[in-house]
Write a protein that binds this ligand. Structure first.
Ligand code: HDL
Ligand code: ZN
Length: 416
């Protein structure tokens, strides 16, 4: 292939990023066999917890009155408040409109019921195909929680693999509320006590292996508070060291740590009630340094942690930085973080994940992020060309394939 001239650079970069098939390394989506656990359609889009937080900036009704409304009534209220009474330029509002626009719906008349009619004619399986097609996502990684009764039942009774939906074993209850969940493990046939004695630790390892194997989990994941510390005299630290890390090593899968969430600072908002706090980068350093045969995928929720996370990632080959998580998944912060990461880590990063909770969100979360990441890449390649470096299209397509898919799979399969 020919050397690219600077005039053609933008087209080559934009095309490569537009065409790359994405591995979305963290979502809350479910394969079709999970039925109603997979959320989709305009009322689910409008009642996404990001928009619940935003609508309560304007309404004074008691929280429980909102939660007692039907999904459609909640969506009507959100549509009126955030889209009709105010311009919907927040990222979560704009996202809904990007989805509807890409589906070919004309929103000039702002008619929500016309939207509902469009979705009422869809069936879930065909719509899953259409959304993957439109978003050019190849595969997503789910968030799979064996402590969720509805989900566990599907795994045990009716699971049907779909290659587009990979599994991740999510272990927040085990690590963050051991005192409340150890009885469940006992109920499920694991010989555990609340006291973390050798038998209990061995049985927790068996539980983790059983579920990671049942799910064919590509990684284990946990979200952690800003106060997360390791080492620490806590059940969380003991279970991480004695159970999670050994099983991850045995299965050769990463542990994904999502650090910095302050749960339920406003419980009335339920899922929308979580906040953010700056976390300790020393904890990440300690784990990477002291467990060199474990692989850690890390994303941090606080903007203030981003630079130090990039520096630590430069020090440890068993650390992969991923995504612009949650409150960071906004154009201005995606741009800032992606520039920082490309300048400090080059191609060795997973720049984004969608965190989609509603299937249709794949369309907007990736359309918005592709645009921003392509613009940053263009700037970096242009700077590169100014040094006299010659670029071919194959170089750019190789880098883009790594950023949006290969880096993840190479890290999952990496032998330490
Ligand atoms: O813990 C997580 O995986 C977070 O992503 C939460 O699910 C959060 O509610 C969320 O959806 N963020 O985008
Ligand atoms: Zn998530």
């Amino acid at each position: 292939m020919a050397i690219i001239g600077v005039k053609k650079l933008k087209t080559v970069v934009d095309t490569a990023v537009a065409e790359v098939e994405i591995t979305d390394v963290h979502t809350h989506l479910y394969a079709p066999c999970f039925g109603d656990l997979l959320l989709w359609g305009v009322d689910e889009l409008l009642t996404y917890h990001y928009l619940v937080a935003e609508v309560f900036k304007w309404i004074d009704m008691p929280y429980h009155d909102f939660w007692n409304m039907s999904k459609e009534e909640q969506a009507d209220l959100i549509w009126k408040t955030l889209f009709l009474d105010n311009s919907p330029y927040s990222e979560a509002c704009r996202g809904v409109l990007t989805v509807l626009n890409r589906l070919g719906l004309n929103m000039a008349n702002r008619d929500l019921n016309a939207c509902r009619k469009f979705f009422s004619q869809k069936n879930m399986e065909d719509y899953v195909d259409q959304v993957f097609e439109l978003s050019r996502v190849k595969e997503v990684v789910m968030t799979n929680d064996p402590f969720d009764d509805d989900e566990r039942r599907v795994w045990l009774e009716s699971y049907k693999a779909d290659p587009r939906f990979k599994a991740a074993l999510r272990i927040d209850p085990l690590l963050n509320t051991w005192d409340r969940v150890w009885m469940k493990l006992k109920e499920w046939g694991y010989h555990v006590e609340e006291e973390l004695n050798p038998t209990t630790l061995k049985e927790i390892r068996r539980f983790l292996s059983d579920w990671a194997n049942r799910m064919q989990a590509v990684y284990m994941a946990v979200s952690l508070p800003p106060t997360f510390a390791f080492p620490e005299d806590s059940s969380r630290a003991i279970i991480i060291e004695e159970c999670v890390l050994p099983v991850c090593r045995e299965l050769k899968i990463p542990l994904a740590m999502m650090i910095g969430v302050k749960k339920l600072v406003n419980p009335g908002l339920v899922l929308a009630g979580d906040s953010v706090g700056k976390s300790s980068i020393e904890t990440v350093e300690y784990l990477c340094a002291n467990f060199p045969y474990n692989k850690f995928m890390v994303t941090m929720l606080s903007r203030e942690n981003q630079h130090e996370l990039c520096v630590v990632a430069r020090k440890f080959r068993n650390l992969m930085v991923f995504g612009c998580w949650w409150f960071l998944n906004n154009p201005s912060l995606i741009d800032e973080m992606t520039r920082m990461r490309f300048e400090l880590l080059g191609v060795s990063v997973i720049p984004q994940h969608s965190d989609a909770r509603v299937l249709d969100q794949l369309i907007y979360k990736w359309a918005h992020s592709r645009r921003i990441i392509a613009d940053v890449l263009f700037d970096k390649y242009k700077d590169l060309m100014e040094t006299g470096w010659k670029l071919e299209e194959t170089d750019i397509r190789r880098d883009v394939e790594k950023l949006f898919s290969r880096n993840f799979w190479d890290f999952v399969n990496k032998k330490l």
